[in-house]
Design a protein around this ligand. Structure first.
Ligand code: B12
Ligand code: SF4
Length: 466
């Protein structure tokens, strides 16, 4: 039996097919490959980097779907199904909106695949694929398998290995899709397995793609102690309450942590309150001064994540958020416009208030573009919010800002590794600001002669013509 795994792109920019120049290896597909018995053939195509070979024969095409790649995923699925190849879809968006995804797939899997992937393969082999596989909400992360990284070979990914120690998060921020997906639970993997996975590959720069690596502080300490002898450098994501525990922080640094993505979200206590981001409450009152001092003390290079467009935001407060991040010389910063992801509390609230734009389904709408506001904000117009976000990203990543932020002696200039990390990745993110802004979702487009174009392949009614 043969299975094709696919990682869809978001879409494209006008006049350019491939937009993602800084792609990372798709971990979920490496995990699915590892869960597959060795006697089955597995190949992987990454729509961000290469054309999809629709005519390649396979028993099943398995596509991973996130909300912002849903439109493109459906295009790919429809092309395969038109050729008679069966399609299975899974991932974040499938759990959030199973009925929508079902329209484009022969089968869907809801939740973490570890639970039902084996059963699905058994059914496939007997020709009895079910329409829906609903996985248990309690997940055994990777079920003892080590990610199959051979499927990434020959593709141009960034030289950083992705892996996981934990999944989920116990908090319930109003806008967070992960919180809905994991039903406010946090699952950890056996530390010895994580160590085995690190030793199974050659890279020393790792990205733990956990939602919150410090979601269970005692288990995180166990992990960090085990990482110390491995002499690696790693980055991850964590909630700001990690700063409450100095032992945790010392172990984190000793184990090779370069820095973390931390959700600061807003510098206004009212927005933090309104988003139910209770975990930040203690730190926001002094404008994160104590938190930033601690992060500097430990030398961590912070990727400060902000959300903009809160009901308590004005154009002035967004400007203040930009200045706050620059002044504090964060290594990186994200200014994400609040997104109403389906099935989140934020989505339901905006829907009830009649404030959703793009027919309430921005992820499918022809006119929606990446990084555009998808709802009517309280104190500005949607285009003003879109523009304010773009301005923050442009200015934070400008050459003058990169130079200004570099001179932070306790973080970015602390040692050569941190200095180089800063200098290598800032230009990458600077480029990304312009490349992703305004990208269309999906790739299908009819030209004047009625030909359909999909991600690099020229096609007519599903048939490749050149
Ligand atoms: C790592 C990561 C990234 C990395 C991407 C790395 C890469 N490989 O390219 C980076 C930092 C670049 C990134 C960027 C973005 N990300 Co991101 N990211 C994540 C994160 C933290 C982990 C994803 C992951 O690898 N998980 C590990 C794997 C093993 O788990 P998994 O994907 O859930 O897969 C399991 C199941 O879902 C299921 N499954 C998955 N696929 C399939 C397919 C089939 C066929 C089957 C059967 C099962 C199945 O089985 C798997 C194994 O159990 C998630 C959070 C999360 N919990 O998902 C956010 C997340 C996916 N990102 C999100 C967002 C919004 C973004 C951005 C749009 C942010 C922005 N504004 O720029 C960008 C867009 C990226 C792009 N394509 O350009 C949101 C998506 C929300 C949504 N509803 O879709 C998430 C959920 C974060 C959140 N809390 O809301 N991201
Ligand atoms: S702390 Fe982060 S991962 Fe946890 S619910 Fe809030 S936004 Fe989601």
């Amino acid at each position: 039996m043969k299975i094709i795994l696919i990682k869809p792109n978001i879409g494209r920019r006008e006049h350019s097919l491939y937009v993602d120049n800084a792609s990372m290896e798709p971990l979920q597909l490496g995990v699915l490959a590892a869960l597959t018995p060795e006697d089955m053939e597995v190949v992987m195509y990454d729509d961000r980097l290469e054309p999809i070979p629709y005519d390649e024969k396979a028993d099943l095409v398995a596509i991973t779907v996130e909300t912002f790649t849903a439109r493109r995923s459906y295009e790919i699925a429809d092309e395969y199904r038109r050729r008679g190849t069966r399609v299975l879809m899974g991932g974040m968006h499938v759990k959030l909106l199973p009925q929508e995804v079902k329209e484009h797939a022969d089968s869907i899997m809801i939740g973490d695949a570890e639970d039902k992937w084996g059963e699905m393969l058994y059914d496939l082999a007997r020709g009895e694929l079910k329409e829906i596989y609903e996985c248990a909400p309690v997940c055994e992360v990777q079920k003892g398998v080590i990610t199959r990284r051979d499927i990434y070979k020959g593709k141009k990914y960034m030289p950083i290995s992705l892996l996981q120690f934990s999944r989920g998060c116990r908090y319930n921020c109003k806008y967070c899709a992960s919180s809905v997906y994991f039903e406010r639970r946090h699952f950890t993997r056996d530390v010895s397995e994580v160590v085995r996975e690190i030793k199974s590959q050659k890279r020393r720069l790792l990205f733990f793609v956990d939602d919150n690596i410090v979601g269970d502080k005692e288990k995180a300490k166990e992990l960090f102690r085990a990482l110390i002898p491995l002499k690696i450098w790693w980055v991850s994501q964590g909630s700001i309450d990690m700063l409450d525990d100095d032992e945790l922080m010392r172990l984190m640094v000793k184990s090779g942590c370069l820095g973390l993505v931390i959700g600061f979200e807003s510098i206004k206590p009212e927005s933090i309150e309104n988003m139910h981001k209770g975990v930040n409450r203690k730190y926001v009152d002094d404008h994160y001064a104590k938190a930033i001092e601690k992060l500097r003390h430990y030398g961590l290079q912070t990727w400060a994540a902000f959300t903009i467009g809160h009901d308590t935001d004005t154009l002035e407060s967004i400007e203040a958020t930009y200045r706050f991040a620059r002044k504090n010389k964060f290594t990186f910063a994200a200014y994400n416009i609040l997104m109403p992801y389906p099935n989140t509390e934020l989505y339901e609230q905006l829907k009830a208030e009649g404030r959703l734009l793009y027919d309430g389904k921005w992820w499918l709408h022809e006119e929606y573009r990446f990084n555009y506001a998808a709802f009517i904000p309280k104190n500005m117009t949607a285009p003003e919010l879109t523009e304010a976000g773009f301005e923050c990203r442009k200015r934070f990543n400008s050459v003058s800002s990169i130079l200004y932020r570099l001179f932070e002696p306790r973080t970015n200039m602390r040692n050569p590794v941190r200095f180089l990390t800063y200098l290598i990745y800032n230009p990458v993110f600077k480029k990304e600001v312009f490349e992703k802004q305004g990208m269309t979702f999906g790739c299908k487009e009819k030209d004047d002669e009625g030909y359909i174009h999909t991600s690099g392949n020229r096609q007519e009614e599903g048939r490749e013509i050149s």
